[in-house]
Design a binder for this molecule. Structure first.
Ligand code: GLP
Length: 256
């Protein structure tokens, strides 16, 4: 597989980066180019979903006929609990828009047979025709979805062990301190099958991961570096997240 340079857009701040990501998602959905969306969670996506919700409420956008596949879910966290990604998606997107509940897919972290659930999820993506546009955040250790460093670039949806760094970063959602040790996540290979990929990173805590993803070695040490194996990746960063880029990509500045 050959390497490609992701298209990079650097905005002056996080709010502008989120608005730009939302604009791209909204225009692809509105044109019918993105009928199947890969959806992400995390703090970075909250303002993106807020823009999309505002557009739906202003009747400028509709998710009618759109299918969503979320990247991941914690193992053992019931969907009604606020820390689950099911609850996150209801709170930030699904319950506030016309997204059809039966078209909103999230891995079932309570499934009695997690390996069977992972295969079922892969099959559901395939049956929907594959993902048109995959929205991604990035962990400060370079993870995408919950594919931690070391994840094989050919990996598929599966159960993974969460790293200590990731468990610490997500601990705020678990006030009782019971941060799950495992998650179900689409694999790096699953993500790379999306037709288009849009990664959004904001804040200085993502600067090292963004530099490693774009300018570091192509290595499972930084799972996001695998995105360079895909021809149609756009990365939107604010200045803070772009602050450790020092190769030729550092010259690309798009101040909106
Ligand atoms: C989480 C999610 C990722 C997300 C990342 C960054 O653990 N599994 O999909 O992109 O970590 O989250 P945040 O946007 O809160 O920094």
């Amino acid at each position: 597989m050959s390497e490609h340079r992701p298209q990079l857009e650097i905005t002056r701040d996080a709010a502008t980066a989120a608005a730009r990501a939302a604009e791209i998602v909204a225009s692809r959905v509105a044109s019918g180019a993105a009928k199947v969306l890969g959806l992400a969670t995390g703090g970075t996506m909250v303002p993106v979903y807020a823009h999309l919700v505002a557009a739906v409420q202003a009747r400028k956008l509709s998710f009618h006929g759109v299918t969503g596949f979320n990247l991941d879910e914690y193992v053992g966290v019931a969907p009604h609990l606020p820390a689950s990604f099911h609850a996150y998606m209801r709170q930030h997107l699904f319950a506030l828009t016309d997204f059809a509940p039966d078209h909103a897919h999230i891995p079932d972290g309570l499934a009695p047979d997690l390996a069977a659930e992972a295969s079922r999820y892969e099959m559901a993506i395939a049956q929907a025709g594959g993902i048109d546009l995959q929205l991604l955040g990035i962990g400060s250790n370079g993870h995408i979805g919950f594919n931690e460093p070391g994840s094989d670039f050919a990996s598929r949806t599966r159960v993974v062990e969460l790293s200590e760094a990731t468990r610490r970063a997500n601990a705020v959602a678990f006030p009782d301190g019971a941060v799950p040790e495992q998650a179900l996540t689409m694999g790096v290979g699953t993500i790379l099958q999306a037709r288009d990929i849009l990664l959004l990173a904001t804040g200085v805590e993502k600067a090292g991961a963004i530099a490693a993803a774009i300018e570091g070695p192509l290595s499972t040490d930084c799972p996001a570096s695998a995105l360079r194996l895909h021809q149609r990746v756009r990365i939107i960063c604010d200045e803070a997240a772009a602050s450790e880029l020092d190769g030729p990509t550092a010259d690309i500045r798009r101040r909106a």
